[in-house]
Design a protein around this ligand. Structure first.
Ligand SMILES: [Fe+2]
Ligand SMILES: [Fe+2]
Length: 425
């Protein structure tokens, strides 16, 4: 029997038949599955969907308070769908299932860093070579990028933090090339987190490597300029998506996803981007993903005109740029990295809830969380701060949590008060 329940009523053991609302609102892209982990549970409870359909006959627990018997084959309208995305991302996928050229054996963080270094260096050299050939007017050898994206994809599958941490640290003069490698890794990690199919993940990796090839049309002096650009220089920079797209269109074997990301990664959701000022639903999922990964890597890298932001600061700033990004997708991107903007409600491995207060060190996950609630005793506690750092002894952030689920009265006021509170030293 199919029943419809609220997201806050899901339990481990329930078999999900369908989600309400648009394809994009729900947190999984697989059609039917059993909820088996706390992470899946949290993702559903924290999503913006109105409800979901449970198949009672395939569930090991019963729905306590079903909203209704669900009509089979239909779903209820979404609470809000302000900026729907196109629903056919799979159309971009390559037909063949990509090969995997490396074993999945995990080597530990340091071992993976050594392997990731090799993948980064090979990809960097290939991107430099591609840019040099493109400057001479030669076609892009997209097929050469496929095994590089595959090696990067394999590395981040074993341990995403190793490669993503390494490639974030770039010298200023190698930015353009390593930025492409970084966007490749971020796109693949993000795509897997969204549950996209592996051929799409691989195509998006190639898209990351190729997305800025149009920069060959911009002089090095402008690319590496200290200080703000003149109007003419900015116009030159703004031509690179079109220049890159034209180059890729005339090159054989370039995945459609790469053409799309190359042309659209500087568009903004509110129409203030370039080259075409597209807005809202005109922007595909891949365009939105590209815009987020591109900016995230730019602001977390040292540039001639500014120092790098920490991942937490970067996501906090990006979250504040109204109209730039798809906000729901930006949250998913943060989840894909395990990094949360300041003010996010998170659950810790200690069973506590807290608010992310900001960065606290150099490492990827170094943040401070202000704890105020114990999920085991269901009681508030006097606020105190915990340092989150990548070590076995320290508590970890399990994921973002939902104030609605915990039924905190007037959550926004409570959040502001908690963040402003003076704690005893
Ligand atoms: Fe760009
Ligand atoms: Fe870029």
């Amino acid at each position: 029997m199919l029943v419809r329940i609220k997201p806050e009523d899901v339990e481990i053991g329930m078999f999900v038949h369908a989600f309400d609302g648009s394809w994009f609102d729900h947190p999984f892209w697989t059609k039917h599955f059993r909820i088996e982990t706390a992470e899946q549970l949290l993702r559903i409870r924290n999503s913006s969907i109105d409800g979901l359909v449970i198949d009672q006959s395939r569930s090991s627990v019963a729905a306590a308070e079903p909203l209704s018997r669900a009509p089979v084959g239909r779903s209820a309208p979404s609470r809000e769908a302000p900026l729907p995305v196109r629903r056919e991302p799979m159309a971009f996928a390559a037909k063949a299932v990509p090969q995997r050229d490396e074993p999945r054996r995990k080597l530990g963080y340091n071992g993976e860093c050594r392997r990731a270094r090799q993948a980064i260096d090979r990809s960097h050299d290939a991107v430099v070579d591609m840019f040099e050939k493109a400057r001479l007017g030669r076609a892009v050898e997209a097929r050469r990028m496929v095994p590089l994206a595959r090696a990067i994809g394999n590395s981040i599958e074993r341990d995403a933090k190793a490669l993503i941490n390494l490639v974030r640290l770039k010298e200023k003069d190698e930015y353009t090339y390593l930025h492409s490698v970084s966007v490749c890794a971020l796109m693949m990690n993000f795509a897997r987190h969204l549950g996209l199919e592996e051929p799409v993940v691989q195509d998006l990796g190639v898209a990351g490597l190729l997305h800025d090839v149009g920069k060959v049309a911009i002089s090095e002096a402008i690319l590496n300029k200290n200080g703000s650009l003149s109007e003419g220089e900015f116009l030159s920079v703004k031509r690179h998506p079109l220049a890159g797209h034209a180059l890729l269109e005339s090159s054989p074997g370039v995945p459609k996803a790469a053409l799309e990301v190359c042309l659209r990664h500087h568009e903004k959701l509110d129409g203030r981007g370039y080259p075409d000022g597209l807005r809202g639903e005109a922007l595909s999922l891949f365009a939105r993903m590209g815009a987020i990964c591109d900016v995230y890597d730019a602001v977390t890298s040292d540039r001639p005109y500014k120092n790098a932001w920490t991942p937490c600061d970067a996501l906090t700033e990006m979250k504040g740029w109204a109209g730039h990004f798809d906000e729901g997708l930006l949250d998913r991107f943060a989840d894909s990295l395990g990094i949360y903007p300041v003010g996010t409600l998170v659950r810790l491995s200690t069973g506590e809830l807290g608010l992310v207060m900001g960065s606290d060190g150099e490492a990827y996950e170094d943040v401070v969380v202000r704890v105020f609630f114990d999920c085991d005793t269901l009681a508030e506690c006097a606020p105190f701060e915990r340092a989150i750092a990548p070590s076995a002894e320290n508590p970890r952030i399990l994921g973002r949590d939902s104030p609605t689920f915990w039924r905190f009265p007037d959550w926004e006021m409570m959040r502001l008060e908690l963040m402003a509170a003076d704690l005893p030293g």
